[in-house]
Ligand binder design. Structure first.
Ligand code: ADP
Ligand code: MG
Length: 697
């Protein structure tokens, strides 16, 4: 393998390549757009496009694609070749500024939430120059935003970019108020930790549930799960290590800062974390990472599962969204510094986050809601569905001292003494970690831990950016005319902490008492996507998005419809898959086992009455009873799925029906199926077992 610094970013049209390949004036103009968000001239775009194309063709590309993030939850691409006829029966390779800046995919088959009729097929993609173009599989990829002909936003990137502008504007205003005139730009940063499962491709290919839905719909527990805690951080198996090495290389080539890899809690579960970067790029990179993870797995005869809950009974997969705010002068605004008690700027930004999370806890919950993630939240493996914040001992004490006008006494950094001479002593962090909190302060950033593994992180981040921008803008209005700025900030911070301290919880979020305590505090406990979504259209939320120009009321409504509809569709697919598995494979398999048991018993009896047949008879009875129940439950589920159409004209009712009726029946059917699996000889069972799936690599 070539040295890492040599391959890093080799597939990316990054800053270095721009400097090498663009005339100085073009480079400067483009840089202004990237750094300050200034509009880009078509003449500049023409020069950039030509240079990009030359580089891409040298890299072996024949095509380019506008790469975008529609509301499907995955990325989309449509490839066009660079060829243009030269008039003499030959072709030349061409790429204009117009083609770089604007694309026109047919938008009619992407979800629009009823915002537009399908006959209005036109949609536009627009180049996002803040995220570098890259080469993948012989195509030049251009990151873009996606909207309809009439300008409605149809993607996840546009609201994110808008929210970044909003928080920039408001944070800069506040910093100028505090005398930080050298700050001209503020950006949010994100480092997403990505969990995933790796299983053997041959086993995967035999499971239609995994193929159609990404998770197992049947499957009795293996004798061993994760109870020994021997997988977490365990030595990485050879085949997995080879995969991870290959994956790192592919990601590095794409300029993705892949940093940490380790085994996770469940068998066959792993994690990859990059070094943090600007939120927009972190989002594009995370989408790309998930795609590359799947692709590289194929090369190793493996399948990478990104579903939130592929297996019952062991942990599911999430994503930790580490989020902070920093300035162009290199300052992290969520860094408390050595004396947070005197750091009014930090206190103000902390207060903005506390107030935002409290007031918009429903939005944070909504943004991580999905059919897959419903299996995790509140299931004692992931944070609960109740949103609260963990500040740790030190900051918790700071907030208490401010609320109660007490002097703040920092616990201070303490020396960790190992008691072994050859081991160096070191300073330990002032706060331990609280792994159970959905939104935890971790030193100089917040870690939002409720995300599902397959989620596009654009959504939680545009919510976070927007809600914090909103609080900062309110703070600005309150502070801007103050005579004594320090006194005004102190009073404001104190007021905010008093009014919003209910969102702060430093205890065990998995404890049943927390549910009651949270209720006393008036915090929401939205258990499923339909429960959460109901709040999306609350007036305060619509006001937030409209006032901050992130989305219009119609666009919010569209997003609401899309999320609910896709939830119902997903459960519908799962139900149909279960019915198929039940009728075509499980029922016939168990029946044939029972028939063979019966034949055996009859043969024994024919030979001699003295031969005991109680084993066969017991099994025949037990399985036959279960078959009756199984077949009945399958029929009930079939009927429930047919009935769903009664609710289809209201997406919320439709989703609730799927959750409360269809999903509930699926659980019942699964219980009977899994019980039969434990009694059926493995040679008869039509699917690879949990043991084979989870311990097969
Ligand atoms: P862990 O939480 O697993 O102990 P770390 O605390 O080292 O891991 O970091 C987790 C993630 O947080 C990494 O992706 C890291 O790059 C990211 N991170 C660190 N600092 C920031 C920051 N200022 N803004 C956003 N993400 C950050
Ligand atoms: Mg973490």
């Amino acid at each position: 393998m070539a040295k890492v610094p040599e391959i890093f970013g080799s597939m990316v049209f990054n800053d270095q390549k721009m400097q090498e390949r663009l005339p100085k004036s073009t480079y400067k103009a483009l840089k202004k757009t990237i750094q300050n968000g200034e509009p880009l001239d078509l003449s500049v775009a023409n020069v950039v496009a030509a240079a990009m194309k030359d580089w891409a063709v040298e890299m072996g590309c024949t095509h380019y694609t506008h790469w975008f993030q529609p509301m499907t939850g995955i990325t989309a691409e449509k490839h066009d070749s660079f060829i243009a006829p030269n008039g003499e029966g030959q072709v030349i390779m061409e790429f204009s500024g117009k083609e770089l800046v604007k694309g026109e995919p047919d938008a009619s088959s992407f979800p629009s939430g009823g915002i537009r009729a399908t006959f209005e097929a036109r949609g536009y993609t627009t180049w996002d120059p803040t995220s570098y173009a890259f080469v993948k599989d012989g195509t030049l990829y251009i990151p873009t935003a996606f909207c309809s002909y009439t300008g409605e936003v149809l993607d996840k990137k546009t609201p994110l970019l808008r929210s970044m502008e909003r928080i920039n504007t408001e944070a800069v205003k506040i910093l100028h108020l505090l005398g930080k005139d050298d700050v001209t730009r503020v950006t949010t940063t994100v480092g997403p930790e990505q969990e995933y499962f790796l299983i053997d491709k041959d086993a995967y290919d035999q499971r239609e549930d995994l193929i159609y839905t990404g998770r197992t719909l049947f499957g009795a527990k293996a004798p061993k799960g994760q109870e020994l805690d021997d997988h977490y951080f365990g030595a990485i198996k050879t085949r997995v290590a080879a995969y991870m090495k290959d994956l790192d290389e592919e990601l590095w080539k794409l300029g993705i800062l892949a940093k940490t890899k380790h085994n996770e809690v469940a068998p066959s579960q792993h994690e990859l974390a990059p070094i943090f970067t600007t939120t927009n790029i972190a989002t594009d990179h995370n989408e790309l990472t998930m795609e590359v993870m799947k692709k590289v797995a194929e090369r190793h005869g493996l399948v990478c599962l990104l579903h939130e809950k592929p297996f019952a009974g062991v942990n599911g997969s999430g994503k930790h969204n580490n989020w902070s705010i920093s300035t162009n002068t290199g300052e992290n605004l969520l860094d408390p510094g050595k004396t947070p008690e005197n750091n009014l700027q930090f206190q103000l930004f902390l207060a903005a986050v506390v107030k935002a999370v409290h007031e918009y806890q429903d939005l944070l919950r909504i943004t991580v809601a999905s059919a897959g993630n419903d299996h995790r939240l509140g299931a004692n493996e992931a944070p609960p569905a109740i949103i609260s914040m963990y500040l740790g001992d030190d900051l918790g004490e700071l907030v208490d001292s401010i609320i109660n006008d007490r002097e703040y006494v920092s616990k201070g950094k303490q020396k960790m003494r190992t008691g072994v001479d050859v081991l160096p002593d070191f300073m330990k962090d002032t706060s331990d970690r609280n792994r159970t909190s959905p939104f935890a302060f971790t030193g100089n950033k917040f870690e939002f831990r409720a995300l599902g593994s397959s989620l596009n992180i654009a959504c939680p981040n545009y919510m976070l950016n927007t809600m914090v921008a909103e609080e900062l803008s309110e703070f600005y209005d309150e502070l801007k005319d103050a005579d004594d700025m320090d006194a005004a900030i102190k009073a404001l911070v104190k007021k905010v902490f008093i009014e919003h301290q209910n969102i702060i919880f430093n205890g065990n979020n998995y404890a049943p008492e927390w549910v009651e305590e949270a209720e006393r505090r008036g915090l929401l406990n939205l258990k499923s996507l339909p429960d959460a979504m109901e709040h999306f259209l609350d007036q305060k939320n619509i006001d937030l998005f409209v006032k901050n120009k992130i989305c219009s009321a119609d666009e919010i409504r569209a997003r609401y419809e899309i999320e609910l509809e896709s939830y119902s569709k997903q459960i519908n697919i799962e139900a149909l898959t279960m019915i198929d598995m039940a009728k075509k494979n499980i029922l016939p398999a168990v029946t044939s086992y029972v028939r063979d048991l019966t034949d055996t018993a009859l043969a024994k009896k024919a030979l001699s009455d003295a031969i005991p047949t109680s084993v066969e008879e017991d099994l025949i009875t037990s399985l036959s009873n279960k078959l009756v129940c199984f077949s009945k439950k399958t029929a009930e589920l079939e009927e429930a799925v047919i009935k769903a159409s009664d609710y289809s004209d209201d997406n919320l009712k439709y989703a609730k029906y799927y959750r409360e009726t269809v999903f509930a029946l699926m659980q019942e059917l699964r219980a009977v199926g899994d019980a039969m699996e434990t009694e059926t000889a493995s040679e008869y069972w039509p699917y690879p077992s949990y043991g084979e799936l989870l311990f097969g690599v």
